[in-house]
Ligand binder design. Structure first.
Ligand SMILES: [Zn+2]
Length: 258
């Protein structure tokens, strides 16, 4: 009985095989950090960073350590995706610590991020995606998951060379898109391929959702079943969001996906 109980508890805490075939769970970490789980794969996006620029949310040290050392739901991470190299999305030091504790995890990002990680760890499983700026999607296909990257330009001219990827994940029958720090630009959005993907859940930075023209353009050129908003300053006034969406709040908490 004692063994059975111990087994049961560890099963709940560390396994995703108790999720049903259709079930998908998403945990909001902080800023643009997500954990996405289904019965076959666990994916982290932009989970480990330290910079808050004085306004953004960060994770507690305790949750960061859980991710780095693989505690609870973070025990088995199949893929860790990094949208771009900015310090409110990516800490070279923390991700290096993660890699040393998770030799099984494949890191998916640009050469800009991967080359920084290589200065701390000589070898680790990785996939380098090299799409051209606002041009094409690069896709990697694995068991029950495809990971696609589209380089969408980062706002502000000084950041135009930063490779900022929109990640589109197809996990069994569910499609999730994470926009990183994509620029709000109607012309670039119109030529992007997102509306071909039948997106179920899309995660957008705040600046996508506060312009008068945004809701109609987003509905037409991204077209998701549900919209979530992240990357906003603490104390932000929700009423400024014009898109029918949910503002992510409460770091390290499961989303009610419905
Ligand atoms: Zn950025």
């Amino acid at each position: 009985m004692r063994i059975a109980l111990v087994f049961f508890i560890s099963f709940i805490l560390t396994s995703n095989s108790n999720l049903s075939a259709q079930e998908l769970r998403i945990k909001y970490l902080a800023n643009e950090g997500l954990l996405i789980m289904d019965k076959d794969n666990n994916v982290l996006i932009d989970p480990l960073f330290e910079e808050d620029f004085g306004i953004y949310q960060t994770l507690s040290k305790k949750v960061q350590d859980s991710i780095i050392y693989g505690i609870g739901v973070y025990k088995n991470v199949d893929y860790l995706l990094i949208s771009h190299e900015h310090r409110d999305h990516f800490s070279q030091d923390l991700v290096t610590q993660f890699i040393l504790n998770h030799p099984e995890t494949t890191i998916v990002s640009s050469d800009q991020v991967l080359s920084q990680l290589r200065t701390g760890v000589a070898t680790f499983p990785y996939i380098q995606h090299d799409p051209d700026l606002n041009q094409n999607v690069v896709t990697s296909t694995f068991a029950n998951i495809t990971i696609s990257s589209y380089w969408f330009r980062h706002p502000y001219e000084k950041n135009f060379q930063i490779k900022n990827y929109v990640f589109i994940l197809k996990m069994n029958d569910t499609t999730i898109a994470h926009f990183g720090d994509s620029e709000w630009n109607a012309n670039l959005l119109k030529k992007a391929p997102f509306r071909n993907y039948n997106i179920n859940y899309v995660f957008l930075p705040l600046w996508y959702c506060i312009k008068k023209e945004s809701p109609q353009l987003i509905e037409e050129y991204i077209h998701s079943d549900a919209y979530y908003v992240f990357h906003y300053p603490k104390g932000f006034d929700k009423s400024k969001i014009l898109l029918d969406s949910k503002l992510l709040s409460g770091t390290n908490s499961w989303l009610d996906l419905k």
